[in-house]
Design a protein around this ligand. Structure first.
Ligand code: ADP
Ligand code: MG
Ligand code: MG
Length: 890
């Protein structure tokens, strides 16, 4: 018989942290904490396999489940010394969901389950506190009613408000046992009316109702959306945890809290979190009362830190904190409850953190000896590093403060105010920067949070939904800005007499919690300290070299600053669009004779030479791959009548002749037309001019700096060996001319891009005449799929959604198809030239998964946009560690 249920804390601990696939993260860690001797209320976990079986069997539970639950429940009863449903001293439980990875706010927990009209009296008698018992009962009906029975939660709030009004009470805490009794009666009546049957009184029925609701919620729309956004497969399923209740709401020696073992925003090594005295469950995150800080050091005047209010429980918690960090060797996000001064642990998991915190924690923990350098490298998500490389607000820039909230997720963001997630999504899709402003967020808003540049809420704390989700997504967030009033109907927000309407711009500083009117200038990030340390460690282990795609001096400098080891792709055509040059470029294109073209090209030569001199100076001593002209010529055509007339005049001809020439150049399918080396074959003088500019610049810089750049001249779009042979001969001839003119020789290489399937399939033939290959995976993806990137946006997202393709192949290299061609080209190329240099220069060069692939097939380098260089360095190090791991075990 399959084992469907695993006990924890009830005399036996059948689970372990490693069993998270089976027990879900929450269940596995509850078992682990119990195993290492931490105080965990006893309970049991129903496995994720039950969830899968449930859906496979048309929503029916597998055989044996009910018996196993009954057995486990009996063990909990024994451990606690109370019986489920016992009218005198009832055992109450919580029913909690927990998938393999935490899905914030996805499936709500039901607390105090087991209460009914009889057991509530038993609880009152056993605890000696009738108010507590009736408060617990009404909480239970409220949670069970909304989570399991689907009753709108506003209906419950109305009833409480009504009783409070009646009693002249402002705070919930002013209500007595009798008041709560009245609330319970009101609830039961309202629920019965809504669902057409009485609120379930039988604890067994309650239990199975809650278990069913957890499994049911795995397939609700919120969960499905979250899984889609986070690439979580539906067949993972969720587990259900049933756990004996402990009570943080039994008086002033009780509390409940949520905290992190280190600061999840900055990574600082301080106990960080919030707690509430005399409260239960999600009161801390619900924002009804203002939670208090944990540590004295973090308390502001007037606040009551737990360290002072409950020194004994706090001291125990500090010990638990150390024990957990030593045990898990990572920052933990924990939930606890104090019942009559006794601490209970209710959850631990690796804490979500900002990119900045993840970096600091990894480096600190390596220094503290909790982990080694290799582990520190593995801990930081390369893609998240991206956030650290982006600008923050310029401290010196003038700004107009609107209001202030909590610094919930750092980084600066600026954009137009929108008040709904749907609008955030639709405006962002049009390329607009938006700031999503909500009173508070819920899981229904996730798509809008994803689309927004930043998130602002007026309610909720540092552990509110908005804060947690924003940190996970890397979106700047200001939460709980209570000074701001949101008027959804009027589509505006107000603060201190100022009004901002939808569509107007605001700026958020997620590091300080400040909100500004208008846009505030930003500054470049700091690349020293922990960042530099981690990069050093990464550089020590990686094998792949990292270069940048850059053509302007600014890009080249940024790339160097980020640690690029050369340029992997300099697109020369970008240099042609400069207003100073476009005239000569057009003259070259429009001229119908070689002589006319050579004239125009000689005007361009000094410009190109200057471009290369600047690049080579920045990259002195490093390799620079320069791609000769690639796009179809018509891209440079004049458009306006004035432009056409100007070119006509420069060529001494008329507008009609110009229009004829333009018609000649027009192509039905330019992407597959007269472009790349096909231009070099038809108009050798173009590549000759470019080669001359390159060699003259290289010689000049070698003489100037004493460190010669190493030009790697790249011929684009080669399909046949002969194309490379012809164009290479032109380049070599120019090199010889320049070197003998100058009496100076520099090392250089001539190679090609592999960006057509035919080139990949005949790579052995091509390698005979080329010194290097650079995989142009943008075009290779287009030509392998027969798919134009510019048109793919209309259907590719649907393909990914339907699972036809696992990912957008323009973002992450398709290992199966495009990758197969890359492998073939690598093998064939190296079979004739062992030391053939191999790189990749498509968009994929900065994508961690694609970099992993490049490591596996043994490329020499990746090249990516300057801002992605650190991402690539870290991803390359992780790939090397992974490859090393395979070798060691082999
Ligand atoms: P979430 O996944 O939303 O964090 P949890 O299952 O962790 O949901 O439950 C939310 C809160 O409910 C916990 O932080 C804890 O305070 C409270 N809770 C859950 N189980 C118990 C229990 N057995 N006793 C007391 N409080 C509990
Ligand atoms: Mg929840
Ligand atoms: Mg929790």
């Amino acid at each position: 018989m399959t084992k469907w249920v695993y006990s924890f804390g009830a005399g036996r601990n059948e689970g372990r942290a490693e069993m998270r696939d089976l027990l879900g993260g929450k269940g596995a860690n509850l078992a682990e904490m119990a195993t290492i001797g931490l105080p965990v209320p006893p309970g049991f976990t129903i496995t994720t396999e039950v969830c899968t079986a449930y859906y496979e069997n048309g929503r029916k539970y597998p055989d044996g489940l009910r018996e196993q639950v009954a057995t486990a429940m009996a063990e909990v009863e024994k451990a606690v010394g109370a019986r489920f449903g016992d009218p005198h001293s009832p055992l109450l439980v919580s029913v909690r969901s927990g998938a393999r990875v935490s899905m914030p706010g996805m499936m709500d927990t039901v607390l105090n389950l087991g209460l009914n009209d009889a057991t509530v009296d038993g609880l009152a008698a056993a605890s000696g506190d009738a108010r507590f018992a009736w408060d617990s009962y009404r909480r239970f009906i409220q949670m069970y009613g909304s989570v399991v029975l689907g009753v709108d939660h506003h209906r419950f709030e109305e009833i409480i408000e009504h009783v409070k009004l009646d009693r002249g009470a402002v705070e919930d805490t002013e209500l007595t046992a009798q008041d709560w009794h009245r609330v319970v009666d009101g609830y039961k009546e309202m629920v019965a009316e809504t669902i057409n049957r009485p609120f379930p009184q039988d604890p067994e029925e309650q239990l199975w109702g809650a278990i069913g609701a957890v499994f049911g919620s795995w397939m609700n729309q919120r969960a499905i959306t979250y899984r889609r956004l986070h690439d979580i497969p539906a067949d993972w399923g969720t587990a259900v945890n049933v756990q004996a209740m402990v009570f943080g709401n039994m008086g002033d020696d009780c509390a409940t809290g949520v905290c992190f073992t280190r600061d999840p925003s900055t990574g600082e090594n301080v106990f960080y979190g919030e707690y509430l005295v005399n409260a239960q469950g999600e009161d801390v995150v619900a924002g009804i009362r203002t939670p208090q800080p944990m540590a004295k050091a973090r308390a502001k005047p007037g606040e009551k830190p737990m360290e002072e209010v409950m020194p004994a429980a706090y001291a125990e918690l500090v010990k638990v904190r150390e024990r957990l960090e030593r045990h898990y060797r990572d920052m933990q996000d924990i939930e606890f409850t104090v019942q009559r001064n006794k601490l209970y642990m209710l959850q631990t998991r690796n804490g979500k953190r900002t990119a900045a915190a993840s970096l600091k924690i990894a480096v600190d923990m390596a220094r503290e000896g909790l982990i080694d350098e290799a582990e520190a490298i593995r801990r930081v998500n390369p893609a998240a590093l991206d956030q650290l490389l982006h600008p923050t607000l310029d401290p010196k820039a003038p700004r107009k403060l609107l209001s202030k909230g909590l610094p919930a997720s750092p980084g600066a963001a600026c954009g137009a105010v929108v008040f709904s997630a749907d609008e955030a999504e639709s405006r962002a899709a049009k390329g607009e920067s938006v700031i999503l402003v909500r009173v508070e967020t819920s899981p229904e808003d996730i798509h809008g949070m994803h689309a927004a540049k930043g998130i602002l809420t007026t309610r909720g704390g540092m552990t509110s939904h908005a804060a947690v989700v924003a940190r996970g997504m890397g979106r700047p967030c200001v939460a709980g800005a209570g000074g701001i009033t949101v008027d959804y109907a009027g589509q505006q927000l107000m603060a201190g007499g100022q009004v901002v309407r939808a569509g107007e711009t605001i700026t958020l500083d997620g590091a300080t919690g400040e909100v500004f009117i208008g846009s505030v200038p930003m500054v470049e990030p700091q690349l020293s300290g922990d960042f530099a340390t981690l990069m050093d460690w990464a550089d020590k282990v990686r094998r792949l070299r990292v270069r940048a795609n850059a053509e302007t001096p600014l890009d080249a400098e940024t790339a160097r600053k980020f640690g690029a080891e050369g340029i992997g792709l300099c697109r020369t055509e970008h240099m042609f669009f400069d207003p100073e040059r476009i005239g000569a470029v057009r003259q070259m294109i429009m001229s119908e004779t070689e002589g006319g073209r050579r004239d125009a090209l000689s005007r361009l030569l000094p410009f190109q030479r200057k471009d290369f001199i600047e690049l080579f100076r920045i990259m002195a001593g490093l390799p620079v791959t320069i791609r000769l002209l690639d796009p179809p010529l018509h891209e440079f055509l004049p458009h306006s009548a004035a432009e056409i007339a100007e070119v006509a005049a420069s060529l001494d001809t008329d507008v009609a002749a110009m229009q004829r020439r333009a018609a000649d150049l027009a192509e039905a399918n330019p992407m597959l037309g007269h472009r790349g080396c096909r231009l070099g074959v038809s108009y050798p003088e173009i590549y000759e001019m470019q080669a001359r500019a390159i060699f003259e610049a290289a010689v000049a810089i070698a003489q100037e700096t004493g460190r010669a750049p190493v030009p790697e001249i790249m011929i684009p779009l080669v399909a046949a060996r002969r194309e490379l042979e012809i164009t290479r001969a032109q380049v070599d001839a120019v090199a010889q001319q320049v070197f003998s003119e100058k009496g100076y020789h520099v090392e250089y290489y001539v190679g090609t891009m592999i960006e057509l399937p035919r080139a990949a399939l005949t790579a052995d033939r091509i390698a005979e005449v080329g010194d290097f290959f650079s995989f142009g995976t943008n075009d290779l993806t287009q030509t392998t799929f027969g798919l134009s990137r510019d048109d793919a946006g209309k259907f590719l997202p649907l393909y990914v959604e339907k699972g036809i393709l696992p990912k957008d192949p323009f973002v992450s290299l398709d290992p199966e198809g495009v990758g197969a061609l890359v492998r073939i080209a690598v093998e064939k190329g190296r079979s004739v030239k062992q030391d053939l240099k191999l790189g990749i220069c498509g968009e994929h060069g900065g994508d961690p998964a694609s970099i992993q692939f490049c490591e596996e097939v043994g490329l020499d380098y990746v090249s990516c946009s300057p801002y992605r260089v650190p991402v690539a360095r870290l991803a390359a190090a992780q790939a090397a560690l992974q490859a090393g791991g395979v070798d060691r075990t082999a």
